[in-house]
Design a protein around this ligand. Structure first.
Ligand code: SF4
Length: 645
């Protein structure tokens, strides 16, 4: 009898309209679930060099080991496939909360493997053991909001859980997203669009069996209590977004406009978010089994109802946009098209900068005045890209491609890594985040670890900073490990953080809910107990950590298989050459030598070959990844040199 997991992987072949099933036990026992299992299935089911739009490129969807068990915040769905336009990275993944993954478990599955290409627009409906290929011709072209309504009406079930794409994904816009209940993320929607797959709908009524229900309830109750005490009370006035922006403002690490002009705050009062939330807050929503419920739904007259994601609050830096109603409208339009706000805002900020400096004119933007602060320009650009109209048709292929059609000067203004725009952060002021971003094993995500354990010294209780430094010295050998603008000790800090995050991603629990604030160290022990109670497998913290290490090595193997090496683990050139021009962090940039030294330390700690930055045979075998080592060896992708001692 399987406890905790559902026990089955469902393979959906869109070309043949056939399904098959296999046991998930071999995967979950090695990689926990969600992120880990998705990576292994991706390694097995995809071929090196495969394009994101190749019909045989798989989309792997996964639920975590704890999804559906009643463990708090166990809501995360993981989607793994190729990142359109950046196949060399190996793996791209998107993860979000909501209710989809628990429902998949209730239907009896831990993972889906979706391959092939449907002959006509299709949506897949999974209802427990039954899987139907439904005609989506009638909803092809519809926005995300209407798609959800129409599918629920057609199935006569308001409780089905839906993953879907909007028109942007259908038109293979590179920054299109897969959406679930106002949640998107890494832009992978075009991969679904290339398969003519409009939606994956699931309904499950089987429940999930846990090994020790009393213990699961006891642990869940304890954790919820801890969260209530330690997490600030979330209501409509402090839903996620404004709080995040304030934090980054204090840390002074916001990027994009800051990349060029420093970090001087603009119009904090207008865009802090609270007044907007107070005025238009409608209700708060949470994910499955989450006591925090951090998502604020807004209702704005003449615009409508939607979520206010955190991103618009960042737009003040990027776009100088202080009209929050316009920002909300832009978010709502993006959500309906199924477009990544982050990447679009980055493109808009870059174009506004070019326009400001006279490098582009209205001739390049089909008459749109790309003036800074213009919400109308942002909205017009969104429509252009989503509908592939005019210059939006090229921009839909990626900002770098568009830049290359303009001029070398325009391209030189673009801050990107391998064609993918960075997060909104300015990596010149925080080297923990820099390292995490540079060595990431997953393309295009804004969830890369790095900097979690760092302390900025602001708003801390008396003595807390000294205590953090003392703890860092004890744990990482130097207090500099937790000082953001230092390089020493960062590799050790990052390895620990990567393991912790990949464990949470394997369990399918939300980071915000998994880690009761300031109790990071005890949190992993808690989740090991919860995992044991749910699955019946006894793990201690140490063994648990090995799962994390295994997941990172497996993902790195996916990159190595594509030919990724140490030189690819880098950051946009601008960060090494152009110092922050003003503000409290004036003069900061990434020191290339120190950055390379951090990387070497990181590879050493991981037991990877320092020259190529890839896992050695010895390391893979130590982690019971002999099959992966064998496969890489056959492809000539195992490092030839041995690890430096
Ligand atoms: S903290 Fe927010 S994102 Fe995380 S599970 Fe709860 S509602 Fe979802």
């Amino acid at each position: 009898l399987v406890y905790g997991w559902a026990g089955t992987i469902l393979h959906i072949d869109l070309t043949k309209e056939k399904v098959s099933k296999k046991s998930s036990a071999e995967y979950t026992s090695r990689f926990l679930g969600a992120r880990g299992t998705c990576a292994m299935l991706m390694y097995e089911e995809s071929k090196p060099g495969q394009n994101a739009y190749d019909p045989e490129t798989p989309i792997i969807v996964g639920a975590g080991a704890l999804a559906g068990t009643g463990a708090p915040c166990s809501s995360r769905t993981e989607i793994t496939t190729r990142y359109p336009g950046q196949e060399s990275q190996g793996i791209a993944s998107q993860a979000f909360g909501g209710c989809w993954a628990p429902e998949l478990k209730f239907a009896g599955y831990d993972n889906l493997i979706i391959t092939g290409k449907a002959k006509k627009p299709t949506y897949v409906y999974i209802e427990n053991d039954e899987v139907k290929f439904k005609d989506a011709t009638g909803i092809w072209g519809k926005g995300v909001f209407e798609t959800n309504t129409l599918i629920k009406e057609e199935l006569e079930d308001p409780d089905v859980k839906i993953l879907c794409i909007g028109p942007a994904g259908e038109r293979l816009v590179r920054c299109a997203t897969i959406e679930h209940e106002y949640r998107g993320g890494t832009p992978l929607g075009a991969v679904m669009g290339s398969k003519k797959l409009k939606a994956v709908v699931v309904r499950g009524t089987k429940g999930v069996k846990v090994r020790d229900p009393d213990k699961v309830i006891k642990l869940a109750t304890e954790h919820i209590e801890k969260l209530r005490i330690q997490h600030p009370k979330v209501d409509i006035n402090n839903a996620h977004g404004p709080t995040a922006i304030k934090l980054h403002f204090e840390m002074n690490d916001l990027g994009v406009v800051g990349y060029y002009e420093g970090h001087e705050w603009r119009d904090l009062d207008k865009t802090s978010g609270e007044p907007f939330l107070r005025k238009y807050g409608y209700k708060i929503r949470g994910c499955y089994a989450c006591p925090i419920a951090c998502t604020g739904i807004m209702r704005v007259p003449n615009i409508g109802t939607s979520v206010m994601r955190c991103y618009p609050f960042w737009w003040v830096w990027m776009l100088w946009l202080t009209d929050m109603e316009k920002a909300f409208e832009a978010v709502k339009i993006c959500s309906d098209y199924g477009l990544d706000h982050r990447e679009l805002a980055h493109a808009t900020a870059w174009l506004m900068r070019l326009y400001n400096d006279g490098i582009v004119t209205v001739k390049d933007t089909d008459g749109i005045l790309m003036e800074r602060g213009s919400g109308d320009a942002l909205i017009q650009l969104i429509h252009k890209v989503a509908n592939r109209e005019g210059f939006g048709n090229i921009l839909a292929e990626g900002t770098l491609k568009f830049a290359r059609t303009l001029s070398p000067k325009a391209e030189s203004y673009l801050v990107h890594r391998h064609g993918v725009p960075g997060r909104t952060l300015d990596y010149r002021v925080d080297y923990g985040k820099t390292l995490g971003e540079a060595v990431t094993t997953r393309a295009g995500t804004h969830r890369n670890p790095g900097g979690d354990g760092e302390v900025w010294g602001k708003g801390m209780k008396p003595g807390a900073l000294d205590a953090a430094y003392a703890n860092a010295k004890n744990k990482y050998g130097t207090e500099k490990a937790v000082i953001p603008w230092e390089y020493e000790g960062k590799a050790k800090l990052l390895v620990e953080e990567e393991h912790r995050r990949s464990i949470y991603d394997g369990l399918g629990v939300c980071m915000s809910g998994a880690v009761a604030r300031y109790t990071r160290d005890g949190a992993l022990e808690f989740w090991a107990s919860m995992f044991s109670a749910a699955t019946g497998l006894n793990v201690d913290e140490k063994r648990f950590s090995l799962f994390g290490e295994k997941i990172i090595n497996l993902e790195r193997a996916c990159q190595a298989r594509e030919g990724w090496t140490r030189n690819d683990d880098t950051m946009p050139e601008k960060f090494f050459t152009d110092p922050v021009p003003n503000g409290p962090r004036k003069g900061y940039l990434i020191d290339r030598n120190k950055f390379e030294k951090m990387k070497s330390e990181y590879y050493e700690i991981r037991g990877w070959d320092v020259e190529s930055g890839n896992p050695t045979k010895e390391t893979l075998e130590r982690l019971s990844l002999k099959d992966i080592a064998y496969s890489l060896e056959k492809l000539g992708r195992l490092p030839k040199t041995q690890r430096r001692e």
